[in-house]
Write a protein that binds this ligand. Sequence first.
Ligand code: IMP
Ligand code: MG
Length: 510
Amino acid sequence: MKKNGSFLKTAFTKLLFGVHVVVVRCLQWGDTGKGKIVDALMFWADIIVRGTGGDNAGHTIVNNGKKTILHIIPSGIMGDSEGKITIIGPGTVIYPKALTDEMLNLRRQGLSYDNLKISKDAKLILPTHIFEDRIKELSNGKGKIGTTGKGIGPAYADHYARIGLTMNDILNENVFRKKLERHLLHKTHLMDYPLDKAEEVMHCEHLMNGKFYDAHELFAFDEIVYQYVNLFGKALKPYIEDTNFLIRDALRRKRNILIEGAQGDLLSVDYGTYPFVTSSDSSLEGLVKGCGLRTEHVGLDLGIIKGFMETRVGSGTFPTEMGGGLSAEHCATYTKEQEKVMYPDVSVNSEDDLKAGIALRKVAQEYGVTTGRPRRIGYLDLPLLRHSMSRASAKTRLVLTKLDILGDVKTIKVCTHYKYHGDRYFDGKREYSEGSFVMTPPMDHYFLSYCEPVYEEFPGWSEDITKIRDYKDLPQELKDILDFIVENVGAKNQPAIVSVGPDREETIVL
Ligand code: IMP
Ligand code: MG
């Protein structure tokens, strides 16, 4: 990590004035570049905390030319050597193997995590959860969610079903044994899966190549206890604590707290495109609660969208997807390498939407960090953004990232509303029928799958914007689109940050 230039400190002075809690989160389906914004704010933060999700998230950090990939540890860990505290909060789910692997990886790269704190109340991901996640996805066929296979959904489900365990349990062998016994008693339905499939799933690398497998009981009780308590428990003990206490204390002492979001608003189990969502509430409310805070503590809520485009990994409705169903299928079938061979020369200005999307994905390097899957790519969708912004507060400010990607795109399309083509549909307030205009859609996957996006076209820009540091110097074409978005989604303020390149300094703060 380069030392923070004074440029950013100066640029952020006004925005951060009098603020002690900042949220950095995504207003789309994740992967909007939270890492870069967190990194840009590191000079300000004393504490960086994550409140939801698990190792389903993925962020790539480039540090002195070395690439570090993190899943469960917040990217704020890069400030560890400067004494910044990084917290994995009580609302998260943790697979100890994934966490210890990541710690090992950091150490190998010469990076420290001395000030890492893990909430004792974070939910524990057990082998049962990973097994359940993977075997369900195998059998779900067309209805599959396209999860990351990390056991996230089952772990949260079991928390609500009151048969979950927490990180604190791996510090107490007797408690762990009793709770695991009770947990397994409730999971006997997992034994109904065909033996050959079950065995195969249990022998994946993520499940330690069959370590947790027992041919009769499916789960090897003693081995789970041994690994979780004696190995992971011992290794993680120095880091596990009551982080709620820590965060309340920090609040009282007016330390600067940076909340690092995971996933995105549209992936929230409560507010997203259900059922194609993750299993935690990755909206502002869920995030803040999962850190041990309340929304009224938040002084600045930075909601990120990708500059004039959108991506999603996994299945689920995506009304503005470039190439529609063909793209969804393509992304579910082919890898990054196969795509390169199949489409060596495609243009972002291709008449064929599928090809233009593939070209854009290549320029933007939109491939999943956690799964390596090509991310589905589409046009900016204002109806969905309106939905996110309808729950925003006066503290919410938009952040646009990756705008440099669109440099060669001649015409930029923005979806302003949908035309509905399904059966009569009542959403509690409005009735929709064939041809209805949809401005702010109900978050129902079935409804959304009958929506046809209507676009407004804007001319693109051709100048290199990466050197621009002042908003007024941005191309007029770009500012016109920005104004249009702000006006059309009911944003109460101007955007806070416009990112014009991957580097920390390639940032415009308004
Ligand atoms: P799960 O979180 O593994 O249960 O996956 C549910 C859905 O959320 C899938 O479509 C995933 O691709 C998506 N998802 C989960 N985490 C992320 C993320 O960090 N970025 C983008 N998509 C994610
Ligand atoms: Mg990501």
